[in-house]
Design a protein around this ligand. Structure first.
Ligand SMILES: Cc1cc2nc3c(=O)[nH]c(=O)nc-3n(C[C@H](O)[C@H](O)[C@H](O)COP(=O)(O)OP(=O)(O)OC[C@H]3O[C@@H](n4cnc5c(N)ncnc54)[C@H](O)[C@@H]3O)c2cc1C
Length: 362
């Protein structure tokens, strides 16, 4: 976002500040590789200050409040940053604290240490039932838990343990994957790979002593190893600032990306309540829209760029093969066949991400 803006504006025209408590940006799709020992966490993290122009003011601090009346951002160090235009891009908070039953015996792959810990657990697991479940909706990267199941199938086939290991996937909705066109293919793969899936299973309580998940629908599933997509929430400061309510997702116009009920504030990426996937590609296609509209606002021109809901995603089906899906608000995806080419593009995406995408070059 900063790079897209900085390209359109000159340092003598505007001040741009980026505020983040840590500039160690994490390439999260890499967790699907680190959890199987196919990449190292240290390779997923890079300092974004090296990726933005020197004239951009990088403030290493946490936003604690936005005073929308006086157009001020307050930080935890007690600083105030004045703005004319504000872009919220604070992502989703991994909110295991909101499930009182959550403890460290429940695995996930939504943070670097959790993915590393899961790698150790998968490596030492020899026999029994792995359940991959979802604590709450929405969550980042809707394909990720299904990809994790299919990669587990391949991982245990390759190390000869698959016959002793059952893999069960639970979906909170009435099908395995939310988008029907893709779901048809996904359910075929799950059956082919002997991955049991249960639909309409909304996890309500996990008894980690008894190793049992209870669903809101009244069903129980026992497990030996539980991998659960943790609850996701928006950040508390957004609620405290009167910008968001409830679970903290920012109410955002799905086309203009302006925050509803606010002046001069846009939101992008995972922090919004927009009805589309929480995905990096979503943020990627939103950034130029916001940049163009901020430039128009500065120049007193009409803000006429809109976001059409464009999302792209590689959908891994095994080590070495992936589907590719591409869609927007009006056109559902036609999933490609699972091919080596998409796998290699996903594998090669990390360097492309850090050298081109994050730098705003594409
Ligand atoms: C396992 C997994 C696999 C994935 N695979 C894919 C994939 O294949 N394709 C895809 O497109 N997406 C994928 N994603 C999703 C993708 O990583 C996210 O959607 C993307 O990172 C969202 O970007 P964001 O900028 O909105 O949030 P983030 O990347 O989470 O960044 C949020 C930033 O806000 C900062 N922040 C938070 N609170 C504050 C505060 N109070 N003050 C200041 N700064 C703050 C954080 O420090 C962070 O730098 C995957 C995610 C996971 C977990």
């Amino acid at each position: 976002m900063v790079n897209k803006l900085a390209k359109k504006l000159k340092s003598d025209q505007v001040d741009i500040s980026i505020i983040d408590p840590h500039f160690n940006h994490v390439y999260q799709p890499g967790f699907l590789f680190t959890m199987f020992g196919r990449d190292k966490t240290r390779n997923l993290i890079k300092d974004t200050r090296d990726m933005i122009p020197k004239w951009v003011n990088a403030v290493e601090d946490k936003v604690t409040k936005v005073d929308t009346e006086n157009k001020l951002v307050h930080t935890s160090e007690g600083d105030e940053v004045k703005y004319d235009y504000l872009v919220l891009a604070t992502g989703a908070r991994i909110a295991t604290d909101t499930a009182e039953w959550w403890d460290d015996s429940i695995h996930h792959f939504y943070t670097p240490p959790a993915a590393d810990r899961l790698h150790e657990a998968l490596q030492s697991f020899n026999k029994g039932r792995i359940v991959v479940s979802i604590a709450d909706l929405p969550y980042k990267c809707p394909p990720a838990p299904i990809e994790a199941c299919m990669l587990m199938d391949d991982y245990y086939r390759k190390n000869g343990k698959r016959d002793d290991i059952e893999i069960v996937y639970t979906s909170p909705i009435n099908r395995a994957f939310s988008i029907e066109t893709t779901n048809i293919r996904v359910e075929e793969y799950l059956k082919e790979k002997n991955i049991e899936f249960k639909t309409l299973f909304n996890a309500d309580y996990v008894d980690t002593e008894e190793k049992l998940i209870e669903s809101l629908e009244g069903e129980d599933i026992d497990y030996d190893l539980l991998v659960m997509v943790p609850p996701h929430r928006g950040h508390q400061f957004l609620i405290d600032s009167g910008i968001a309510e409830g679970k903290g997702w920012v109410p955002t116009d799905k086309e203009t990306l302006e925050v509803k009920g606010q002046e001069g504030i846009w939101a992008m990426g995972d922090c919004t309540d927009i009805p589309t996937s929480k995905a990096g590609s979503t943020a990627h296609y939103q950034a130029p829209v916001i940049a163009a509209n901020i430039v128009s606002a500065i120049k007193n021109k009409p803000k006429n760029k809109t976001y059409d809901g464009h999302v792209q995603c590689f959908f891994l089906t095994e080590f070495g093969k992936s589907m590719f899906i591409d869609f927007n608000y009006s056109t559902p995806p036609k999933p490609s066949p699972s091919r080596k080419i998409w796998w290699w593009l996903k594998r090669g995406f990390k360097p492309l991400y850090f050298t081109m995408i994050a730098r705003g070059r594409v």
